[in-house]
Design a protein around this ligand. Structure first.
Ligand SMILES: [Zn+2]
Ligand SMILES: [Zn+2]
Length: 261
């Protein structure tokens, strides 16, 4: 059954439900309401265009420059560690060769001086000659050994796993939620002293009654009974190559390899 347009004073027959006002309207009023809606489209396209412009002018490099800087710093630090390790091993190799060569040189010099001495004195016993011959024989053997020297270099590839670098998107740089997720939890009893410190290899923590070294996986690798002063503070000294533990009345140096104080 047909009814009238819902607009006041309109006498035309309603032709459909208007989408915007949920009223039954005639064709003319439906068109009017439709026109009112389409007019609202223009400001929306303007807003989209503003957003598109903002996206176009967004300086991505500036946004990520600081983070790239941190990644770059990490890379440089890693290179330095590799270079340092490489240099140490090269020196170790040189030292292995040099020790043998200099010992041989030293022995050759000594026997040479001995022979010159005998020549100058124009006097040599049968025993002198036999001794010289046997020493020279030994030096020849040593020389052959040095010439045949070769090294076995066993190397393992450097393992790089994804957890070395953790990247997370945050809205503000100082957002505390930028902290990495909990890596491992270590029980720390009431009686344990609070200070802790670390070097490149270990974390030093007092776990009553012991002083413990934890590795990167947070496993205790070394520990020793701590029966000294109450620990006030701890730090690592790369110059001394020791952990420094500040007690109430004493300062202790701890060797990470031997755990000796
Ligand atoms: Zn309407
Ligand atoms: Zn109408």
């Amino acid at each position: 059954m047909s009814s009238l347009c819902s607009i006041e004073r309109c006498t035309r027959t309603s032709r459909g439900l208007c989408d915007c006002c949920q009223q039954n309207l005639c064709l003319q009023h439906l068109n009017e309401h439709n026109a009112l809606l389409t007019v609202q489209l223009n400001p929306l396209t303007d807003e989209i265009n503003v957003l598109r412009d903002r996206l176009k002018t967004l300086n991505i490099q500036k946004t990520i420059a600081d983070s790239r800087q941190k990644l770059e710093q990490w890379r440089q630090n890693c290179y330095k560690k590799i270079d340092y390790f490489f240099e140490q091993k090269c020196q170790e190799l040189d030292q292995l060769v040099n020790e043998k060569v200099s010992q041989q040189r030293e022995e050759l010099n000594q026997i040479y001086l001995k022979i010159i001495e005998l020549i100058n004195a124009q006097e040599a016993t049968r025993q002198d000659i036999d001794l010289l011959i046997s020493t020279i024989r030994q030096l020849k053997t040593n020389m052959s050994k040095i010439e045949r020297t070769c090294f076995t270099i066993d190397t393992r590839p450097l393992l790089i796993d994804d957890t070395l670098i953790f990247i997370k998107t945050t809205e503000h740089e100082l957002d505390l939620s930028t902290l990495s997720p909990i890596y491992k939890t270590v029980h720390h009893s009431e009686e344990s002293f609070r200070s802790l410190t670390s070097n490149n290899r270990y974390l030093l923590i007092h776990q009553y009654p012991n002083l413990c070294l934890f590795d990167r996986e947070m496993n205790i690798v070394k520990q020793m009974l701590w029966s000294y002063d109450a620990i006030q503070d701890m730090c690592w000294s790369s110059t001394l190559d020791r952990f420094i533990v500040l007690g109430e009345n004493n300062i202790f140096l701890i060797n990470e390899n031997t755990m000796l104080i």
